[in-house]
Design a protein around this ligand. Sequence first.
Ligand SMILES: [Mg+2]
Length: 170
Amino acid sequence: MKKFLPQIYVKDVYHIPYKKLKENKITHLLFDLDNTIVPIHEKDPGEKFKKLLTELKQLGFSVFVFSNNPYNRIETFGKENDLSVITSARKPWKGKYKKFLKEQNISANQCAMIGDQLLTDIFGGNRMGMMTILVDPLAEKDLWITKWNRKIEKRIKKKYKKLVEGDYFE
Ligand SMILES: [Mg+2]
């Protein structure tokens, strides 16, 4: 069950202690897209995210979108926001993570996986030995598969005393 527990749980991507990540030798940030950076079906993350992105790059992080979504939408998002993207990531499976680490020539403990879902983002990152950071989903709306995942999430959250919605920890 520990595999579903994030190391950090914050409200959103703006509340992540990035300097602390830096101190922990994290060099690569892997962001989930839907409901983590933008509400699902939305394209523009807004100025606030663009500003954050600039700051993260200034801090020296390599920033990526690591999404289970297929190519087109994510690719467009990456181009518009000057971000490298990994599409059809198949989180929580290890394949694309492993490929990513190999291509970047880094090890898993240099990465932080940031996302809104326990079953994909957090479970996937934990399996790889990455730092995992959970954020609250930006919108209520989800894909049908996510709706199903959310039901399981609720059960997992019940089992963890540490993981209560809105009860953040770093
Ligand atoms: Mg998501």
